[in-house]
Write a protein that binds this ligand. Structure first.
Ligand SMILES: NC(=O)c1ccc[n+]([C@@H]2O[C@H](COP(=O)([O-])OP(=O)(O)OC[C@H]3O[C@@H](n4cnc5c(N)ncnc54)[C@H](OP(=O)(O)O)[C@@H]3O)[C@@H](O)[C@H]2O)c1
Length: 341
């Protein structure tokens, strides 16, 4: 009997910013990815330390963290940049200069750039794809650089998009979003307002008045989807580790008899969107690469109005998981490979 030897190619990956919340999540996902291996992980102040992460299989893994300048870009096929905005775009430029693909988790290359005016390196192409696969998948395959969406925008755009595309949102209306995020959304660097005693048993809004940095990537995407309305986005800080719940009030052109059927028609074949008749909760989505959405018709108001709900894990579908989903598409792998459902 003839024997065949199969060599499974494992793709070497680098993570910039591995000591941060998103970077740690990335290292855990790559450690259990069936087609990738973690070749280097960087930190800034914590360079030289060892990071202990839990892989998707539950094993604890020790990852040595090196300085970004010590990373050998030539030994990897793709880099995730989980650096703060500003620092990230400079590294995206260096990675592209080395001929390596990159997924940028920062806002530096998203529409509106999170308000950043930091110069964009010459090696970064114009019109970097916005990596929200469920809405803009065709732009991602074959791209050398992808801008991973923000966590709030991911939850809000996935819930809204089917109604926008169908022309069901009243033109000129004010669509109001109240969204609450766990504390890990603010990153791992110490801030006085994020101390345990400030956050626990407390709940407050922030960036009130439509001034959050991530509003432009939402308004840009709404326009791309054919929407012509205003968004009013009010984020809140929730005293939990991880998770976002967005509640979206949508004035409609006309009443919709079965709004869940609109969501189901859009997302029936999407592995990472769950349409639920029950209102989604954080416990449904933490540690999973999913957006869980629901819709309810509003009673006792004169204008036909819809309430949309979307729950995600800000560190998985809102950051590292979606970045791996984008990388899978860029590398021609199964889009769901290595991702927790
Ligand atoms: N947290 C979320 O829920 C979330 C969601 C979506 C997108 N994002 C985006 O993902 C990126 C990372 O977020 P995060 O929350 O993980 O941030 P973070 O916890 O503050 O981590 C930042 C990482 O970057 C490193 N770093 C900081 N300044 C650097 C510099 N000048 N040069 C090189 N490395 C530097 C830090 O290293 P040291 O710790 O060693 O100093 C750390 O590894 C951000 O752009 C953020 O906007 C985050």
């Amino acid at each position: 009997m003839q024997e065949y030897a199969f060599t499974v190619h494992s793709i070497p990956i680098g993570v910039l910013g591995a000591s941060g919340y998103a970077g740690r999540e990335l290292c855990g996902l790559i450690a259990s990815h069936p087609s990738c291996n973690l070749r280097f992980a960087t930190a800034n102040e914590r360079r030289g330390q060892t990071l202990r992460v839990r892989s998707g299989h539950g094993a604890l893994i020790d990852v040595p963290m090196i300085a970004p300048d010590d990373a050998n870009l030539n030994e990897v096929e793709l880099v995730f940049s989980a650096l703060p905005h500003g620092a990230s775009v400079d590294w995206v430029g260096r990675v592209l200069d080395a001929g390596i693909r990159v997924v940028d988790l920062s806002s530096d290359l998203r529409p509106g750039r999170g308000g950043s005016t930091h110069p964009i390196p010459a090696s970064v192409p114009a019109n970097v794809p916005y990596g929200l696969p469920e809405l803009f998948r065709a732009d991602i395959a074959g791209a050398r650089v992808v801008a991973n969406p923000g966590c709030y925008p991911t939850s809000i755009l996935v819930a809204l998009a089917p109604f926008v595309r169908a022309g069901l949102v009243a033109p000129g209306a004010l669509v109001s979003v109240a969204a609450a995020s766990g504390v890990s959304g603010a990153g791992a660097s110490p801030k006085a307002e994020l101390l345990f005693a400030e956050v626990t048993e407390n709940f407050r809004a922030y960036s009130a008045g439509n001034v959050h940095r991530h509003l432009p990537e939402m308004t840009d995407s709404v326009a791309r989807l054919g929407g012509d309305f205003d968004l009013l986005f009010t984020p809140h800080l929730l005293p939990v580790d991880r998770g976002i719940l967005s509640t979206i009030t949508v004035p409609l052109t006309a009443p919709i008899a079965d709004p869940l059927s609109v969501l189901r028609a859009a997302y029936d074949n999407e592995p990472f969107v769950e349409v639920s008749a029950e209102l989604p909760a954080l416990a449904d989505v933490v540690h999973r690469n999913v957006v869980r959405v629901s819709a309810v018709t509003v009673q006792h108001v004169r204008t036909p109005t819809l309430l949309l709900f979307a729950a995600i894990d800000n560190l998985v579908k809102g950051a590292a998981g979606q970045a791996v989903q984008n990388a899978n598409i860029m590398l021609g792998l199964d889009e769901a490979a290595g991702l927790p459902r």
